[in-house]
Design a binder for this molecule. Sequence first.
Ligand code: PLP
Length: 372
Amino acid sequence: MLPFSKPSISEDEMRAVAEVLASGWITTGPKAEEFERALAEYIGGGIEARVFNSATSALEASLLACGIGSGDEVVLPAMSFVATANVVVRVGARPVFADVELLSRNLDPASAESAISSQTRVLMPVHFAGLAADLAAIRELSAANHLVLIEDAAQAIGSDYAAGRIGSSGNPVCFSFHPNKNITTIEGGAVASADPDLLQRLERIRFHGIERFANGEIDVREWGGKMNLPDVGAALGLVQLAKLDDFNRKRRDLARAYLRRLPRDERLLLPADVEGHSWHMFCVCLDFLALPTTRHAVMQWFRERGVILGVHYPAMHLFSLYRRLGYSEGDFPVAERIAAQTLTLPLFPAMQESDVEQVCGLFEELLHGAPP
Ligand SMILES: Cc1ncc(COP(=O)(O)O)c(C=O)c1O
């Protein structure tokens, strides 16, 4: 079976994890600190990194550290993994959705602008599948409206935008190291920021609110949770980070092979090849109604032929939780079209071009044969 995603774990990672397991200190400690320094150096721009047990925690902590809570609104794209909206609810604020652009699946700045109200405090773009959102327009929008910019870069470690790496801009940028991301710590995440006060607050929120003083005393002045990354995961992350540029090069080569080989057909919409893309996922839109068939039947048809496809994602505003805020069908036509038509093709560094050939051959068969 060819999965749509698979972590690249070799002897190096196993050795690094075994060393930590044998060291006598397996939870957060020296490896987590070393991973933070390595991430900061990799991302560049003078930022510091703080690691977390997930991107969900990293996003929640970033919102809290920026003082976001009850009565505040956060503008975000309707097309993302549901964690992007859930963290806003979690801190007591209100997610306000905006539509996305069809090819990039990223926040449409015009739609975001029309979602801004007097309650809006944060703009939270997502770099979908590793492709940077339109940060020039988004930064302008956030500056003009005095908003905090928190980037959900869960899918974008190693992506570039203009001259810099995603995460190097100084505002809070959150990454994920979940096993299907471009590097993994099993579960894990990080915040990149250049603001020393924010970084200190993140540390407190990450671990029970505890503040440590030079005289050995501690105090707890504000709430903190339990969001720390164990050293076992950090050791894995350190080895993976050293390989990230190689992984991303392989992803880019495979994505380009897909773009060369996939059939040109008006029922199949392909992603754009943009400079700086880290190709976390390769997502297409297929017009199931025009075939005519259903996504379920197509996915089953591929599975019977040894290929597992993914669905990224349903539109968040149509989940029951968010319909309760008043959203319904027709609110964000582009996000809804993507949700109805999307398929994620296999893409991970250990894949071969022959795997790409197999998937492309199946698409040709699907589009030219009897619909499943
Ligand atoms: C855009 C986006 N945001 C947030 C998350 C949450 O990441 P994690 O699983 O590390 O909590 C994900 C995970 O897939 C994601 O894709």
